[in-house]
Design a protein around this ligand. Structure first.
Ligand code: HEM
Ligand code: HEM
Length: 239
């Protein structure tokens, strides 16, 4: 039997893939976002990056990738990855500062809050108009909200890294970025797993996924609904 410590360093392969694709797209969106700000705005300081107007479209593309993969990661995190998110007693446990389990509780809170903050970044991104910055229109509320979402995301990821480092060290951080996986987790088996999942959906068993309806599932549903709204709203915007 694997020791608890060894299994903690063996993150499920599907989690590593979904977390990795979301993480890489998001970090690329964050870096290109900064360059976009540096090119068109710079009101709160600048670093001398080359002026590169095309960076806005490149940022939009990475943002879009994040938006496309995020719902899948979210569904995974809330169902199969549930133990890494807040639990029913997490609020009381957060009050036990200094208790050995406190850092684990804090870690779960940060993971959960990160999902909510990323929703805000993606939603406000969808509300952006690509013409605002080239036209020098820097006062739109959605633009300011989108800028704020960048700060919140950078803060959340920094905390995520610090707290994961605190609970598991560098090897734990790296365990999330390893490609090696058990044979039973190989993508070779994915088509048959998807077929089984689809058959289960057709038989209506998906209803059981939401029973009992937990707070996390309500968060999941609200995030999925807000992302759907974010896709639809721009079609109603007057030009
Ligand atoms: C940049 C490097 C990153 C590293 C090294 C890293 C590391 C980790 C580790 C080690 C875990 C597992 C925690 C556990 O088992 O308790 C984890 C989980 C998680 N990470 Fe990251 N992470 C990174 C980036 C990100 C980013 C950019 C996001 C933003 C979405 C993110 C969101 C999450 C979430 C939501 C979980 C919980 C997943 C679940 O419930 O299954 N991480 N991360
Ligand atoms: C965590 C940080 C950020 C994320 C995840 C993010 C994500 C997104 C997303 C999803 C879109 C919509 C893309 C589309 O509909 O095709 C977008 C658009 C946009 N974002 Fe961000 N963004 C972030 C930060 C920023 C910042 C700080 C700026 C400041 C300059 C910015 C500037 C823009 C602009 C100008 C657009 C419209 C461009 C376009 O649609 O091609 N973003 N962003």
């Amino acid at each position: 039997m694997k020791s608890a410590k060894t299994s903690r360093f063996n993150q499920p392969f599907l989690l590593r893939i979904l977390h990795g694709v979301t993480g890489v797209s998001l970090i690329a969106a964050i870096l290109t976002a900064y360059w976009t700000y540096d090119t068109y705005d710079g009101r709160w300081g600048r670093i001398p990056l080359p002026q590169f107007p095309e960076i806005e479209g490149i940022h939009g593309t990475f943002g879009l990738w994040t938006l496309l993969i995020f719902p899948v990661f979210l569904i995974y995190a809330v169902h199969r990855g549930q133990k890494r998110l807040v639990q029913a007693n997490s609020l009381q446990q957060l009050a036990h500062i200094g208790h050995p389990s406190w850092w684990y509780t804090l870690n779960r809170w940060i993971n959960t809050v990160t999902l909510a903050l990323l929703t805000f970044a993606l939603f406000s991104g969808k509300m952006m108009d690509e013409k605002w910055l080239p036209n020098g229109e820097l006062q739109h509320s959605w633009y300011l909200a989108h800028l704020l979402s960048w700060l919140l995301m950078v803060g959340a990821i920094a905390l995520h890294l610090v707290v994961n480092f605190k609970v598991g060290g560098a090897l734990f951080l790296l365990s999330m970025w390893r490609w090696r996986h058990h044979r039973s987790e190989s993508p070779y088996f994915w088509p048959s797993s998807i077929a089984q999942g689809w058959a289960a959906i057709q038989q209506g068993t998906w209803i059981c996924w939401f029973q009992p309806l937990s707070g996390l599932m309500m968060m999941e549903l609200s995030i999925l609904i807000s992302l759907a709204v974010a896709w639809i709203l721009p079609y109603f915007k007057a030009d």
